[in-house]
Structures are given as C-alpha cells and as structure tokens.
Write a protein that binds this ligand. Structure first.
Ligand SMILES: NC(=O)c1ccc[n+]([C@@H]2O[C@H](COP(=O)([O-])OP(=O)(O)OC[C@H]3O[C@@H](n4cnc5c(N)ncnc54)[C@H](O)[C@@H]3O)[C@@H](O)[C@H]2O)c1
Length: 315
C-alpha cells in the first residue's frame, strides 16, 4: 500500500505551497488535501495531482471520512486566518475543534503531526520572541492558537511516543497569497500600491520591524517538522532577522527600478507591535533548518514567480 500524507488548508497560501513542494519531494506518496475554501482558492493548486476533499474540518469525523487510512504525516494548516474576525466562538470553535478531530484520528497511530501555530501567541510584546516568553495573545485568533498548543501538549501527555510539532509562523510572504486580499502580507500590499503608481502607505515613519519570512523557507521548516525533528514541541518559524517596512519599500523600488517615496501617516492604534523577531535557537537545533532567503532574495524570487503582477489574478 502506498504511503500517505495529508495537508489541511491546502487551498490556502502556505498550504498550497507546501502541497506542491511535497508532491515534488515525495513523488511516491499519495497526497490528500482537505480544505473548505472559506479563504483558500482552487487556483493556488494548479498542477496538484493528489486527492482533494472539500470539507469543514471542525465539523467532520475523520475516521468516518477516511476509514482506517493511516497517514505517515499530517500537516495541519487549515485555520481561520483573518485576525480581524472577532467572533470569539467561531474563531475558537473552528480552529480548536479541527485540531481536536485530527488528534482523535491519529491517537495511537504512527502518524507525525505538524501544525501551524503563530507568532500571534506572543501578543504585542516587543523585542526578541523567545519560546520561554509568556503567551499573551492580543486577539481571539492568537487565543485560538494558544489553545492549539495547549491541546497538543495535553495529547502528548497521554500519547508521549507520538510526534506532534507546532510551528509559530511569523509574517509569511510569497506566491499564492493573492486570495488573502487585505490579510495578505505587507510586501504584497506595498508592491501593489507601487505597481499601480501610487506612493506606498505606511505608519509614521516606516521603522516598525517585523520578522518577515519567505514562504519557501516556511515550507522547509514545516517539512523539517516531519523529516528532521526527533521530538515533539513548539518552535518559532521566522527569519530571525527583523526588517522594517521602509526596507520592503526600498527593496521594491530596487527590484521595480522605481524611486517612489513612502507616504507616512499617523498610526491610529495605541498598541501597535513595534518589533517582532523569532529566536531561532531551538528551531535550528531541533529542525536542523535555517532560512535561506533574505528579504531582498525573497522579494526578487516572489516577482520571478509571476504572482506579483500589475493586475492581481482574479482570486
Ligand atoms: N501567513 C502568515 O503570515 C501566517 C502567520 C502565522 C500563522 N499562520 C498560520 O499558517 C496557516 C496557513 O495560513 P495561510 O496564510 O496559508 O492562510 P490561508 O487563509 O491562505 O489558508 C488557510 C486555509 O484553511 C482553510 N480553512 C480554514 N478553516 C477551515 C476548516 N475549518 N476546514 C477546512 N479548511 C479550512 C481555508 O479555506 C484556507 O484555504 C494557518 O494555520 C495560519 O494561522 C500564517
């Protein structure tokens, strides 16, 4: 029987990049994607040759749906990803129950699980984000991610021999994020303003720093959670190199051969994160993987992919 890998949220930004990379990397495995298209888009999966199950993961019994199928790995990326969705019940129910369903399905099996948590678990704390820092989510999206980590920890106490790896993704950018619209990355937003001939708009004075990570690096961290991590745990997944909004604009100007100056405006938010930065020491040790893309290299590659164009594809 052929080996199987499941990707949830595979019609989404990171999930589709992951599914397409897994297809190349594991050509003999059967790939299955589950997604209910609440934010993802079929166009992201152009070239995908695996099976696709359209279902809301928070509302299905995986054993009923998939029978006795055993997966070698499950990559769980599906989630409400709009952080401005403030419906506490919906955000928490959909995100947490989806993971609960997966854990029920893999309990006692030889399945590695890698799931997406988020830097949103740190809240608005400025500076280096270390795993030992208190988790202080500033919104219900971040709260739901803290609950995923708690649920996974509880599961591991009952099934200590299983491997469950949580990755706190930082700010991801890259191809196949078009469907996210206003929730797409800062690089995406600023590039489209500049491509339309407008001045890129950022809060005064553009020096806020974020840990931006290119999607190809995030995919490598995620696969390493399955192939390289020897033990369970939660790890940061970022570039480890915070960069400013001004840096993005400068890089876009270089790549597009433009000289557009930023349009700075007052920040209306009293609690705006001034700085995020992933501490990667545990990540490097356990996942044995390091980011390969600087902001400059990532933005250049993004343009080469054809996904950052004057007219955004209709998704
Ligand atoms: N992109 C980032 O910067 C970032 C940062 C931190 C964490 N993350 C996490 O990474 C993962 C992927 O995010 P993304 O940026 O690709 O977002 P995305 O919105 O593009 O992808 C999420 C996918 O999950 C699907 N989905 C949502 N709820 C579902 C459900 N109940 N059942 C089935 N499918 C469902 C959506 O339709 C979508 O295709 C998410 O878990 C997100 O929280 C992303």
């Amino acid at each position: 029987m052929s080996k199987k890998i499941l990707v949830t949220g595979g019609a989404g930004f990171v999930g589709s990049n992951l599914a397409l990379t897994l297809q190349e990397r594991f050509p003999k495995h059967d790939l299955i994607v589950i997604d209910d298209f609440r934010s993802g888009h079929f166009r992201n999966l152009e070239g995908f040759k695996g099976d696709f199950i359209a279902h809301d993961l928070s509302k299905i019994c995986l054993s009923q749906l998939l029978g006795k199928t055993t997966f070698e790995a499950i990559f769980h990326l599906s989630s409400i990803t709009d952080t401005t969705e403030h419906d506490q019940f919906k955000q928490t129910y959909d995100n947490v129950e989806s993971l609960r369903n997966i854990l029920k399905f893999i309990a006692g099996k030889k399945t590695s699980l890698v799931y997406a948590s988020s830097a949103a678990t740190y809240g608005i704390a400025a500076g280096i984000n270390r795993l030992s820092d208190p988790r202080k989510p500033a919104n219900v999206y971040g709260f739901s991610k803290v609950q995923l980590e708690n649920l996974a920890a509880q599961f591991l106490r009952e099934y200590p021999r299983q491997k469950v790896v949580g990755l706190r993704y930082f700010n991801v950018y890259g191809p196949r994020e078009t469907h996210k619209k206003s929730a797409a990355s800062m690089t995406y937003q600023l590039a489209h303003q500049m491509l339309a001939g407008k001045r890129p708009r950022v809060f005064k004075h553009g020096e806020q720093k974020r840990d931006f990570i290119y999607v190809k690096d995030i995919v490598e961290f995620t696969i390493a959670g399955f192939t390289k991590a020897k033990k369970s745990g939660v790890f940061n997944a970022g570039s480890g190199k915070p960069r400013s909004f001004n840096d993005i604009i400068e890089t876009l100007n270089k790549v597009l051969k433009l000289k557009i100056t930023p349009d700075y405006f007052d920040n209306p938010y009293p609690f705006y994160q001034p700085h995020t930065e992933a501490d990667l020491s545990a990540t490097k040790k356990e996942l044995k993987t390091e980011p390969q893309y600087t902001l400059e290299k990532g933005i250049e590659d993004y343009f080469k992919s054809g996904w950052l164009t004057m007219t955004p594809p209709k998704v």
